[in-house]
Design a protein around this ligand. Sequence first.
Ligand code: HEC
Length: 137
Amino acid sequence: MKKLLITGVLLVFFSSCKKEKVSKEPMVYQPSEMAALMNRMYEENAKIKQQILNGETPENFPEEYLKIHTATLTDPSDRTSQFRQYSDLYLNNLRDIFETPKDSLKLEFNEVINSCIACHQTTCIGPIPRIRKLLIR
Ligand code: HEC
């Protein structure tokens, strides 16, 4: 268990999705369109979590997130067919939140967060510990 924990910590330090590339570009960090979208998704999901905890029902499916299929990635080669499947899984799970009866909101919300994590495990493991904090326990 301890070993696992240490490995986990090391993973966080040594891998984020900003791959260390030797860049000829200017030194200013410009988040990609996808990174910016991800950060908005993070914020929005934090809000949805709070709504659910307050006993409210989230109302509007954020259409903007359909852009996950087109937003420019830091590393465009990340958009594989597997990536597309994870994108759909995520969007479908998210849509469920807006259609599900109130008593299964928590469950459906965690499904969404788990689909964030599932994709991240294949592409970008750096933010996973942060994303896990969104889970409703
Ligand atoms: C289909 C795959 C996929 C799904 C689903 C996904 N992500 Fe990501 N995420 C990525 C990739 C790839 C990047 C790196 C983007 C880049 O650098 O262009 C990323 C980056 C991020 C980042 C870091 C952004 C930055 O500033 O570098 C955060 C935070 C994040 N995602 C949160 C989430 C959350 C929260 C969800 C679910 C609500 C989610 N992601 C769903 C693939 C995914």
